[in-house]
Design a protein around this ligand. Sequence first.
Ligand code: PGA
Length: 252
Amino acid sequence: MRKKVIAGNWKMNMLPNETIHFIEELTPLVKDTQNEVILCVPYTDLFYALLTAQNTNIKIGAQNMHFEEEGAYTGEISGKMLKSIQVEYVILGHSERRQYFQETDEIINKKVKAAFQYELKPILCVGETLEEREAGTTEEVITKQTERALEGLSKEQVEKTIIAYEPIWAIGTGKTATKEEANNSIQAIRNKIAQNYGQTVADRVIIQYGGSIKSTNAKELFEMSDIDGGLVGGASLKADEFAKIIQYNKEG
Ligand code: PGA
């Protein structure tokens, strides 16, 4: 049985004092969950988030990193730096990085490899545009993105990668993929992984859905056969709303 993994992606939001407050509010609301809870925060909040989340079940991640270890890359942060303050996760290849910062599959592949080099767990994002969906190329696009990002990794590394399927047209738009659309796309990614790395790896790899998840639609999405939780943007900025998403399967 795969675990449900629910990760918040704060994007460029929240200051250190808000971060501390948020985690203090979230902690009691999710302390009894069996689901894995991750918060991916801006670099400037990482240290505060890590300190506040100590001795809780909330894990902390970054939202990007450079693939080089160090050097003349003004403004960049490396995997080595993230590891040095005990960050555990890092989002890589988010569609906003691909779109606004020209990240290619090749760059993302280097970043995924660098993440493993520093024992960070990557949350690798893939997803199609509206045009690609309407042209009927969704499966091809997302399986190619996945293959290219994972190129050169061992089976063990692929199994440890969290993949987030995020249709670009559903991000921040209020439009969610239907649970069937999301599940079908995720199955296509899982089948490709089975083909390339074997059925055991495919059965174990966590594949999330992302795109306008809210407390009102989380349950129906997360109950689908292949959806192993979610990557949550806007709705992860309010502790009570994010807690409801994490606790989607709590009785009563
Ligand atoms: P959203 O963002 O939940 O606000 O649509 C999801 C994401 O970009 O990871």
